[in-house]
Design a protein around this ligand. Structure first.
Ligand code: NAP
Length: 321
């Protein structure tokens, strides 16, 4: 990646809005977009990564000039790509107002990572108060979000994380399992299997998570971390295996989660759920773990840190004050 400077600002067409960005997340998924290994992503480079953003309405297109949006208003959006930028053109109807008084870095932290966690817990697994769950990558962006939201439901949580993230995940409220030293399947067989397992590691891990479920439990695979890191595996094969386990009469279920698919299928849920997350943020019930706030120009370093699993929680790129 390199910074490209343009002479002029982009102009919004009739139904679009120019947004002046305040913050964008730097995430593992952005590294997949950059490397061209984000499954199903059709855009061709050169492009800017950036899956989500928070910014201020800068200019309204002619057809939306009288909408509820106003210049200077803070808004958020799930952009999927392109948010590592100072200005961006977005469809007016995809922008979601951010309540006053919320730190833009905390607001942007909930758009991709917390939304993923929230919808997996509430829309897919439909976990009930007091149930038990297994969270892989517990010290990462989605992992820490799952734990914080799980704590609000008084869940009994196990989380896999390397030693460097043990203290953090324990403090957030999970029983830590150092996956490099301990077999999580054996541990859960001894201490009790779980009602839901959230797994973005892929490959053999999906099977092991499935084997850690109680009768009636659900596996939610939602990513392909190992494959993106070049550790082998096959997305299509993984997908087919999971679908097969779901239909076999084994008393357990499995259901893939994709934020972009659910966003397209049910945009109203997205708006409702993001509203709920902003309320939790405003009420101080959640506090995203932001390890570093970096400048937009530091995106290359941010990706290196993410790809070496050196980040506890998340990195936010501050685009403007
Ligand atoms: N489906 C969706 O809609 C959706 C949405 C958002 C993200 N995702 C996917 O979810 C995954 C995680 O995203 P993220 O933003 O949370 O990434 P992240 O912040 O980089 O966190 C991933 C974490 O996984 C840990 N890890 C690596 N190998 C592991 C293993 N074998 N077992 C357990 N933990 C392991 C790493 O730390 P340690 O190894 O140090 O513990 C790292 O902290 C990515 O694959 C991403 O593409 C999917």
């Amino acid at each position: 990646m390199k910074v490209v400077e343009k002479e002029t600002l982009p102009e919004p067409s009739a139904n679009k809005v120019r947004v002046k960005l305040l913050a964008a997340s730097a995430t593992f998924t952005d590294t997949m977009v950059r490397k061209g290994v984000y499954y199903g992503f059709k855009e061709k480079p050169p492009l800017s990564p950036g899956y989500d953003m928070v910014g201020m309405v800068d200019k309204l297109g002619t057809a939306v000039a009288n909408s509820t949006l106003r210049t200077g208003q803070t808004v958020a959006d799930l952009t999927v790509w392109g948010a590592y930028t100072e200005y961006m053109i977005r469809p007016a109807d995809s922008l979601i107002p951010v309540p006053d008084g919320i730190d833009p870095a905390e607001a942007v932290s909930v758009v991709l990572s917390y939304m993923t966690a929230y919808q997996m817990l509430h829309r897919v697994a439909k976990v009930k108060r007091g149930q038990s769950i297994l969270v892989h990558g517990a010290g990462g962006a989605v992992g820490t979000a799952l734990i914080e939201l799980g704590r609000l439901l008084d869940l009994n949580m196990y989380g896999t994380a390397s030693a460097s993230k043990r203290e953090l995940v324990q403090k957030l409220g999970v029983i830590p399992i150092d996956y490099r030293k301990e077999d999580f399947v054996t541990r859960l067989q001894t201490e009790g299997k779980v009602d839901a397992a959230f797994d973005a590691i892929s490959g053999e891990n999906f099977k092991r998570s499935f084997n850690s479920l109680k009768k009636g439990g659900i596996l939610i695979p939602y990513g392909f971390y190992d494959q993106a890191m070049g550790r082998g595996g096959n997305v299509v094969l993984d997908y087919m295996k999971v679908m097969l386990w779901n239909v076999l009469p084994n008393g357990r279920r499995a259901s893939f989660y994709s934020i972009t698919d659910l966003h397209k299928k049910n945009p109203d849920w997205f708006k409702e759920d993001l509203g709920a997350l902003f309320t939790l943020l405003a009420e101080g019930k959640i506090k995203p773990t932001i390890e570093r706030r970096m400048k937009l120009e530091d995106a290359v370093e941010a990706h290196k840190l993410i790809e070496s699993a050196a980040v506890k929680g998340r990195i936010v790129l501050r685009v403007a004050e």
